[in-house]
Design a protein around this ligand. Sequence first.
Ligand code: ZN
Length: 345
Amino acid sequence: MEALVLEKKDVLTLRDIELKEKLGPHDVRITIHTVGVCGSDVHYYTHGAIGPFVVREPMVLGHEASGIITEIGAEVKHLKVGDRVCMEPGIPDPNSRATQLGIYNLDPAVRFWATPPIHGVLRPSVVHPAAFTFKLPDNVSYAEGAMVEPLAVGMHAANKAQIKPGDVAVVMGAGAIGILTALAALAGGCSQIILTDVQQEKLELAAKLGPIRPVNVAKEKLLDVVNELTGNWGADIVFECSGNERAASSVFQPLRPGGVVVFVGIPLSPVPISIAEAQVKEARIENVFRYAHVYPRALALMGSGKIDVKPLITDTFAFKDSIKAFEYCAHMPATSVKAQIELPQ
Ligand code: ZN
């Protein structure tokens, strides 16, 4: 089948690749409709690796996907041919200790699309476990369905924060993950989000989506805004979504005593953190790696209209222009949040 293949760092081709996939009794076959381009896909393209994950052999990119079911395994009960679906891209070992504990996202044996050596889904079809395939509500489009994957990260972050109704949260970073985390936190009960970035265009786009106070940290001090909005008390929650080293080392400053910090963005190098700053506030610290158990809730929020991701889908490319899409994403303009690729049906 024709796929978008990362041959090695900086080299993408659209070419035929043989992918042997057998439909097991608990699997479904899906014709792919839409695939979002993720920062991680782009990073493998431009750097050939993310931390310990190194591209050593040609790999199909793409993991934020939606599509339609064309075949079901003999034991599949909850899905049928013709269902519009989105898919969780990580398949854990069902018998692993992590999976038994419910933390299947942390299973060391997890096979995650477009994380070497596992192929992604920028290709016409895929066979996937039915247990990790979710039916889209009728009013949720394929484009929105392909946004469930990045939204799931924000949902997991909101769960980790244990939001209470009325909480005020800082979200650092207004990329797709930052804005989706802000939307998940609002849906989870936050009264106000204070969103930081240095790209004014992204902040302005996000500010239209709810009670989100944009802070361009190149022009304004985050601490001043937090103090003004919280009567010098501080934010209940700080979500660090930028992965920026400077931002990540400053997370305790805007936090209220007894607040919680959630690290979502992954810094590329070690970050100096003041444990003393965390101690004097008895800060709770949570970490997020992908997500677990959140797809049905993310879809329910989209279906009910509580979360609208459509304004974040800023660019759509045809599959034949996939390489152009990746070149575009490698130098993404400040006005863009999420680019998606549509496959021919
Ligand atoms: Zn992603």
